[in-house]
Each structure stands twice: as C-alpha cells, then as structure tokens.
Ligand binder design. Structure first.
Ligand code: GAF
Length: 404
C-alpha cells in the first residue's frame, strides 16, 4: 500500500470536489473547505460507552466538505456527494433546527449519509442562526469499513459550520471515541482517552521499524442498519449489569466483582460481554504502559488478546475478521492483530515489523476472500492530526475562479 499524507488526501479530494461543485452549482466556486479524518483504534473496543479507556489514532484518510452560503432567496440547503464516494446523490432540505424543549429525532428522509450531516447541523443550530448552504462531500475513508466514515462526516460538518460562520445521528447510541479523535487527532501520537473524565494523553508512536497495518475485509458493516441492533443490545446489557451491581458504569467494576455475581447476572449473556469490557479496560491501560516502555511485544500480545475477547465474550467479530487476524498472525514478524471498531465486518489492525509487511500482505492476499468474494485492501496507518480547514487557495482558486 502507498503511504500518503493527510494533506495529499485532502488536496486530491478537494480538487475533485471543486470541479463537481462548480458543475452542479452554476459554475460558482465554494468559499469554505474543511476536512476531518477517519480513525483506527489500536485497543480499547466497546469500552467508550462504559466510561473506559480507548487508544485510537486519526488517519490520513479524510472526508472533505466544500460549500458556500446558498444564493440569496433560497431557503433550502443543497447537498451532493462526489462521484468517487460511490454513494452519489442529491438532497435538498431546510436548515434543521433542534427544538429546545421537546424530544427530537433527526428527519431521516433522504440518503442515509445526509442524516449525519443534518443531525450535526441541527445540534449546532439551537439559536436558529445557521443560514442555508450548498455543499459537496467527498471522502477517502472507506464507507462502513470500521474506520469511522460516519464520525469523519460528523466532525467535518461541525468544522464546516464553524468555519462558515466565523453525537451519532441515525439513532445509534454510540460512544465518544470516533468523533473525539476525528476532531482532536494528533500528528505522531495515538490518543489515550478516558471516556468518563474526557482527559487525554498523547502517546507517541515512534518506532520506525514497526508498522501499523490496516486490512479492510471489504465486508461492510453499518452501525446504522441491522448491526445497530446488535450494538445497542450490547450497550443495554452493559448498562443493565452495571445497574444490577449497583454501579453507574462497568468502568466501576473489577473482574472479581463480576465473578462474585456470576449467578446474579442474567446468565452468560450478561456476564460474558461485561467480562470483555472489564478486561478490555485493563488491557488498554496496560497497552499504554507497554507502548510508553517500548515493550512492543507486550503491546502486540494485548492486541491479540483483545481480539479473542471481542470474538468470544463480546461476540462482535465475524468470519472475515477472524480469518484476517489468523492469517496475519500466521507468520514471522507479526506482534499482534485484532478487529478494530464496532465489529461485524470492517477492518483489522495489525502491529508488525516493517520487514514482514510484504510477506504478510501476500499471505493474506493468497488465502483471504470475503463471503461476497472480495479480496482485502490495505492501508499503512500513521497518526495524523484532527479536523482542519483546507487552505483557501485550494477551495476558491485564483481570483475566486475555482480550481479547474
Ligand atoms: C463504533 C462506535 F461508534 C464507537 O463509539 C465505539 O463504541 C466503537 O464502535 C467500539 O469500540 O465505532
């Protein structure tokens, strides 16, 4: 795989998006451009909504939004996606507003990707001061690939609205990790986030002989469709067990607490998922210590243990992810491997020696195929910064004529 920079990614997407924006919107150039990255989580899975620890890093893969205020007299926002996103479409809607005192659900009419954007706009539009806009979305974060394409879109929307006037929307009660790292990512560092206190520690990723390799199973997950029920079910189980044992969150429980109440909990369906969360929180803080001490062997072992726990106790892996992890581990120079993100499809993340990268990729390519007959695709992950503005000259071009 090519190792591109975040800047190269947003420049490429911006060029494409400016052309399509001008083509669609009367040859006008956009005036604002922003980007926000996807993420890979190194360890700490399904811990965020239990108040635990996570260790994600922002990626070079980004979502960009370019736009401008709507022409005067227009009351609606107009939204398009760039052809390369593979989810092309057009959607027109009035600027959504979050009612102050009533329960509210985002208007889900229109394509699903628009719902994420509308939800963020509504939350930011409590005072009703956001004017309508025209915008285009382009992305290099694989959709439904477990690298936070939806959080990247939410973070980009947030940045876009902020820039113009200088969370998970489609009913998934997700945690804070993805949006947090997409906004706050740090170049050269993974972020160790305490999801209860929101304290953050930057953890340098600085061993040049090691590579973090992402393998996309190309079996798509979507937390917003069918799979969302599985995600929500697990979340409810965690909340119920914590409540039953008299605590706010599983973060407050130890393994001993849990084992002592083995009988009291709702059978294996409650205890096993909780055991994953409690042990994963511990593994994540151990992993940060290992990384800080330069003990990469240990870090790798913790990653692999995390996968087993997600597979056997939390039951969020799938055949494709297990196959990718097993194939990765089945060779020299691989320190650890695990599924990353919500699960049920998407990507794995593997820590390995640089010298072992080609042979590992070749081994996977030879034997891996998803249930839909897809091969895997690969990315090298280096920690990148969070959401930002695209330089004006790329967005509007010379003398406001746009980039052609
Ligand atoms: C998804 C969610 F959006 C995150 O909040 C997190 O819970 C993750 O699954 C699992 O660690 O990406």
């Amino acid at each position: 795989p090519q190792q591109t920079s975040q800047r190269a990614e947003y420049e490429r997407l911006c060029k494409e998006a400016v052309k399509e924006f001008r083509w669609r919107f009367d040859n006008q150039s956009p005036t604002v451009g922003v980007y926000a990255p996807g993420r890979v989580n190194l360890i700490g899975e399904h811990t965020d909504y239990n108040g635990g620890f996570v260790l994600p890093m922002a990626l070079h893969l980004v979502t960009v939004i370019l736009g401008r205020p709507s022409p005067s007299g227009s009351r609606n926002c107009r939204l398009i996606t760039a052809a390369s996103t593979g989810e092309t479409g057009y959607h027109e809607f009035p600027v959504p507003q979050f009612p102050k005192d009533e329960p509210w659900e985002v208007e889900t009419e229109g394509p699903f990707w628009a719902t994420y954007l509308k939800g963020v706009v509504a939350l930011m539009n409590r005072s009703g001061s956001i004017p309508p806009f025209d915008a285009i979305i382009a992305t290099s974060v694989p959709l439904g690939g477990g690298l936070s394409s939806s959080a990247a879109l939410e973070a980009a929307t947030c940045r876009f609205i902020e820039s113009e006037r200088s969370t998970d929307m489609p009913r998934v009660r997700c945690g804070i990790m993805d949006q947090f790292v997409s906004l706050m990512g740090s170049e050269k560092n993974a972020l160790f986030i305490d999801c209860r206190s929101h304290e953050v520690q930057q953890v340098p990723m600085k061993e040049p002989e090691l590579v973090v390799l992402i393998a996309n199973s190309n079996y798509r997950h979507s937390l917003g469709e069918g799979v969302d029920k599985e995600y929500e079910k697990r979340r409810q189980t965690c909340e119920a067990v914590a409540k039953k044992l008299g605590r706010d969150m599983l973060r407050d429980l130890t393994l001993e607490d849990l084992e002592g109440h083995w009988e009291g909990c709702s059978g294996a369906s409650g205890v096993l998922p909780s055991r994953h969360v409690v042990t994963e929180i511990q593994r994540t803080s151990d992993a940060v210590r290992a990384l800080t001490d330069g003990d990469y062997l240990k870090f790798g072992q913790l990653m692999t243990a995390s996968h087993k726990s997600l597979r056997d106790d939390y039951e969020v892996s799938c055949g494709e992810l297990d196959k990718l992890v097993n194939l990765a581990l089945d060779g020299e120079g691989v320190l650890g491997s695990r599924m990353t993100g919500g699960g049920f499809g998407g990507c794995t993340v593997t820590l390995l020696k640089r010298s072992a990268m080609q042979s590992t990729i070749a081994r996977i390519q030879e034997s891996y195929e998803s249930r839909n007959g897809e091969k895997a695709t690969f990315y090298i992950a280096t920690p990148c910064g969070g959401a930002g503005d695209i330089p004006q000259k790329l967005v509007v071009g010379k003398k406001g004529r746009g980039v052609t």
